[in-house]
Design a protein around this ligand. Structure first.
Ligand SMILES: [Zn+2]
Ligand SMILES: [Zn+2]
Length: 430
């Protein structure tokens, strides 16, 4: 046995007992890599002292790190990347890299400070050979990673689901690995998750049953499957989907990779509205991404909302409310959640302003309907993934219920790990 084999270990820095904030380290004597570098989902609710501690810990983990592998562009997986030293190597899918560039328009452009490279297939980082496998998730370009080191194979699922449009991708995941780091967000919910096609049908029903209203749908600009479902529902109900310039830009890029995805340039019933604050911010960085590619007919006049409410569905985010409010004052509106319900519970100024606005609009005071499905696998899907991969060990991550894994996967060995505890890869203590 090579002496180095005794020194291969992994450490879950964070994520063994919570949703998100994932950060996993793999290390040998010669090399250290991190998989994801996520911000805890409740970061904003913490006091300043705790927030500083979270950042300082990340800085420690990121010191002398040979590379970071990012599974996808959700803050609970990349959100502490700005703590990485200048020039740190980062590998992610081309979709994730592009989303980072687009977001650089609004804040620090990490692609300028870090050495961010897109991973087509496999990269070698000293002792580690990392290979990406595309998976279905609510973030565009999400992937799992296989790491091979001294004959051991470690598969990291990232966030994954089977009920989206590309659920079948799980069948490409490598089999008979030594370790499967498996997310378990939905272990507490016994229900089967709805498909995106079911979501599309629910949108159709909602738009048809409130025909005279303009519809606002709160949905993530990066959830491409959902945007497609929403767009198709608009087509089916004769409405025009109106998106902000940021979303338009995301769709343009998505289209360049997958030409079936609708964009304002290529598809009918898709227009762009220009919220003042967002537009100004984007203009300061790059005028071309705002007006460059679009003809005049594609620009939606927000004033038309009050006159022709039944014509439109607006993609909405709480941060855009300030700019939309005056156009919605005399408009009959329906609001629909198409995001994780927990976002409503966050104590953020924009959420509080949205709640106050809802109180002002009588038609919105009733309970807001959710038209949403999770970005994470349900229990039956997790079992399918495990049956396909057939790992020697399962390591729970991105879950509040790691203890449930033993019951769900009785024919497999589950390693219940706690954050910050190094585990030997060769002879792990079960
Ligand atoms: Zn996550
Ligand atoms: Zn995610």
């Amino acid at each position: 046995m090579n002496s180095n084999q005794n020194d291969i270990k992994f450490i879950i820095h964070r994520g063994s007992h919570q949703f998100g904030g994932n950060c996993v380290e793999l290390a040998t004597r010669n090399a250290r890599i991190l998989i994801d570098c996520g911000l805890p989902l409740d970061y904003d609710e913490q006091d300043v002292e705790t927030q500083n501690e979270i950042r300082e810990n990340a800085q420690k983990w990121l010191q002398n790190c040979d590379a970071i592998f990012l599974s996808h562009y959700h803050a609970d997986h990349y959100g502490l990347l700005n703590e990485a030293p200048k020039g740190t190597k980062v590998y992610a899918t081309k979709e994730t890299v592009e989303l980072m560039k687009i977001s650089g328009v609004f804040g620090e452009d990490l692609t300028e400070r870090l050495d961010i490279q897109s991973i087509e297939n496999t990269v070698i980082v000293k002792d580690f050979r990392g290979t990406k496998f595309d998976v279905d998730h609510s973030a565009f370009g999400a992937c799992a990673f296989l790491f091979e080191v001294y004959g051991k194979r470690i598969l990291y699922s990232g966030d994954i689901r089977l009920h989206g449009k590309k659920g079948v991708l799980y069948k490409n995941l490598p089999q008979h690995v030594d370790y499967l780091f498996l997310e378990g967000t939905n272990l507490g919910r016994g229900v089967r998750q709805k498909t995106e096609t079911a979501i599309e049908n629910e949108f159709v029903k909602r738009f048809s049953s409130h025909q005279d209203n303009a519809h606002l749908v709160w949905c993530s600009s990066q959830n491409i499957d959902r945007l497609v479902a929403l767009y198709r529902a608009c087509l089916r109900t004769g409405r025009t989907l109106c998106i902000d310039p940021y979303t338009a830009y995301v769709l343009e890029f998505a289209y360049s990779v997958h030409p079936t995805i609708p964009t304002a340039k290529t598809h009918p019933n898709l227009m762009i509205y220009y919220p003042h604050r967002l537009t100004t911010m984007m203009m300061e960085r790059d005028k071309t991404i705002i007006y460059g590619p679009y003809s005049k007919e594609k620009k939606m006049d927000l004033a038309d909302l009050a006159t022709n409410p039944s014509k439109y569905v607006l993609l909405f985010r709480p941060k855009l409310l300030g700019d939309l409010k005056k156009y919605l004052a005399d408009t009959k509106v329906c609001l629909t959640n198409s995001i994780w319900a927990q976002y409503w519970e966050q104590d953020k100024p924009e959420i509080n302003r949205l709640k106050a606005w809802i109180e002002e609009k009588p038609e919105l005071r009733q309970k807001l309907p959710d038209i949403h499905t999770s970005g994470h696998a349900d229990v039956a899907s997790l079992q399918k993934i495990v049956e396909h991969v057939q790992p020697k060990y399962i390591v729970p991550i991105h879950t509040e219920m790691p203890e449930k894994y033993k019951m769900l996967f009785p024919s497999y060995t589950v390693l219940n790990v706690i954050d910050e505890t190094p585990i030997e890869l060769i002879n792990p203590k079960e």
